[in-house]
Design a protein around this ligand. Structure first.
Ligand SMILES: [Zn+2]
Length: 121
């Protein structure tokens, strides 16, 4: 039922997914080139390796979010918040087509996440 409204973001999601997948492949190749068993601690090579790993984690998280949003698109619930079931602001979807939470619920989850991290520390 949201299809007419969401055609554009879904299109964008598929394009984003392909782009992120290429990014992940490129980073994985870069990482393989960086991994050198002869690197000692304190070697400047280590920091670029850490950077690639951080970028790779980011890209993988984004790919997972896009995957979830595409799954929602297939079940016809794209654009609906996973937590409260309210429609997500179309303006938000334009900027983050992979969003599966509305802004208030995303904020709540981030607060919970921070609290969990503090509790674990
Ligand atoms: Zn919500």
């Amino acid at each position: 039922m949201y299809q007419h409204l969401m055609n554009l973001p879904i299109h964008q999601l598929e394009a984003d997914k392909r782009r992120v997948e290429r990014e992940i492949q490129a980073l994985e190749r870069q990482l393989q080139a960086e991994v050198d068993p002869n690197i000692d601690e304190g070697d400047p090579g280590l920091s670029s390796q850490a950077l690639i790993i951080a970028l790779l984690n980011n890209a993988r998280q984004k790919a997972a979010a896009i995957e979830r949003a595409l799954g929602q698109a297939q079940s016809g619930s794209y654009g609906v918040c996973e937590d409260c079931g309210q429609p997500i602001d179309p303006e938000r979807l334009k900027i983050f087509p992979q969003a599966t939470l509305c802004v208030p619920c995303k904020g709540k989850r981030e607060t919970l996440e921070r609290q969990r991290r503090w509790a674990a520390a």
